[in-house]
Design a protein around this ligand. Structure first.
Ligand code: ADP
Ligand code: LRH
Length: 477
């Protein structure tokens, strides 16, 4: 049997990567072909994604992959949640999509809440009300730029937008739309009640398709530009978290939780149905669609973003600290008797770009704790606080599900920080199984294989387990 070559375009909020997945009938071999920084651009007081540059980088990745591997069967894009762009009736992208951390929602969020209170949003959509959600952004956009009602033909969530740029076909893929705050809970269509109450036009939303749909092929002009043959375009589990969770090699699913550790930390478990109870809302949980039919009950925790922003500040001050160095520094102070203060990563202070060490100091002063002083202490404070918030969230998951969680699967780039994995084992008192690092990319590829009929849905997790190395961490005695 000939190997199948697939490309996963995996876009996190901090970096993008084009990964080649080669499936030989037994396992998937994943190779990084191209990696690029995904840096938002501040312009005119707003924060945007540089989507055309990202598209350019993806094309570079295709060129490199085609050169290395020859024929490519399909590609699929997965990205962070909630963001989108508009296209007009001629199919033109209207402007650079905003970043979810852009502040244009500030003025209208209160109005939205008075029309549709957070409790109602949760009841109708299963999504936790959060200012970054698509619903808040779209509501703000239509107030700031009413002309969009005439000019915008469709809104395309970020992966839908890239699939459109590749294939000319604009669809709405279920998993990414399940982050929007616009879909009816547990269903596959928009919530008309939400749209009507907020005066949002349903016509903007393209037809929804399930994760794992072949939507078309790379446009002929693009094939020519890149010197490649036909490549199928697949709407996979196009939300990066859905792809990451699709890849989790559960040893036993019912008593497991997951933590997807990247720019964000997504802590949750899979359930059969959305969990829409007062307690789930009060704890701050949200419900999103998984690949297949299950529901993802999870909390979005501001994660390694706080460390990334800290590192950005140090680099700008001419004192760069790499990810590896950051992990080593934290290790060095963890070995001492230093008692790190605890911050709440989801405090508003840490949600926007800026001086994180200064904000950590302000948080500590506000809460009567001694602020960390050295770089090593600052990093350990962040990692330790993340581990504490994971532990608290896992306890909440146990309370919501009535299930004792025995094992936590950690996936994503953050698990390369072995101290974070160990601190999580210590804080939760649970066994941690870490891997895969490139969970979103491998999940993306596995879903493409099912869309192509090469692998059965039920085989995906075994296939991933055969294809990657896992590490275990146990709580310190
Ligand atoms: P995203 O998909 O959101 O862009 P990733 O899954 O790529 O995020 O994870 C990025 C995070 O992983 C970084 O913020 C960093 O903290 C951590 N990380 C990446 N490489 C390493 C490394 N070599 N050692 C320790 N941590 C790392
Ligand atoms: C993580 C993520 C997360 C949220 C956030 C906006 O990359 O997709 O699940 O949706 O980005």
């Amino acid at each position: 049997n000939e190997a199948i070559n697939l490309l996963a375009m995996d876009l996190g909020a901090s970096s993008g990567r084009v990964m080649l997945g080669v499936y030989d009938g037994e396992s998937i071999h994943v190779e990084e072909i191209h990696r690029f920084a995904n840096q938002p651009v501040q312009a005119g007081g707003h924060l945007y994604w540089d989507v055309l540059r990202i598209f350019h980088e993806m094309k570079q990745g295709i060129r490199k992959a085609a050169k290395a591997q020859g024929s490519l069967t399909a590609l699929s894009v997965d990205t962070w949640g909630v963001d989108y762009g508009f296209i007009d009736s001629q199919g033109q992208l209207l402007y650079s999509p905003h970043h979810y951390r852009d502040q244009r929602t500030a003025d209208s969020a209160g109005i939205l809440d008075s029309l549709l209170p957070p409790e109602e949003q949760f009841r109708l959509t299963g999504n936790q009300s959060a200012r970054i959600n698509t619903v808040y952004q779209l509501f703000a956009d239509l107030r700031i730029s009413p002309w969009l009602r005439e000019t915008a033909d469709k809104m395309l969530m970020m992966p839908d937008l890239f699939h459109y740029l590749f294939s000319g076909v604009g669809v709405a893929e279920q998993t990414i739309w399940s982050t929007s705050g616009l879909l009816a809970a547990g269903e596959t269509g928009p919530s008309l009640e939400v749209l009507n109450k907020l005066g949002l036009p349903v016509e903007l939303i393209p037809a929804l398709v399930p994760a794992g749909t072949v939507i078309g092929s790379v446009l002929p002009a693009l094939q020519e530009e890149l010197g490649i043959g036909p490549i199928k375009v697949i709407a996979g589990a196009s939300h990066d978290t859905a792809s990451a969770v699709a890849s989790i090699p559960y040893i036993s699913k019912a008593d497991a939780a997951f933590i997807s550790c990247g720019t964000w930390s997504l802590v949750g478990m899979e359930t059969e149905q959305p969990v829409i109870t007062d307690l789930a809302r009060e704890y701050g949980f949200t419900n999103e669609s998984c690949y297949g039919s299950s529901n993802r009950l999870l909390k979005n925790i501001t994660g390694l973003w706080i460390l990334q922003e800290t590192q950005r500040g140090w680099a700008e001050a001419g004192e760069p600290v790499s990810h590896h160095e950051a992990a080593m520094l934290a290790q060095s102070v963890h070995r001492t008797a230093y008692a790190a203060p605890v911050i709440d990563p989801n405090d508003d202070l840490f949600s926007t770009p800026g001086d994180m060490p200064g904000r950590i100091e302000a948080y500590c002063t506000r809460t009567g704790q001694t602020p960390p002083r050295t770089k090593a202490e600052i990093i350990l404070t962040i990692l330790n606080s993340l581990a504490f918030s994971y532990a608290e969230t896992v306890k909440e998951l146990e309370a919501l599900s009535g299930q004792i969680i025995r094992r936590i699967h950690m996936v994503g780039g953050g698990i390369q920080n072995v101290l974070l994995c160990q601190l999580t084992a210590d804080a939760t008192g649970k066994e941690i199984v870490a891997g895969p690092v490139e969970a979103s990319a491998i999940g993306n590829i596995a879903v493409q294989l099912t869309a192509l009929g090469a692998v059965q849905k039920a085989e995906v997790r075994d296939l991933v387990a055969r294809s990657c190395t896992l590490s275990s961490y146990y709580p310190a005695l």
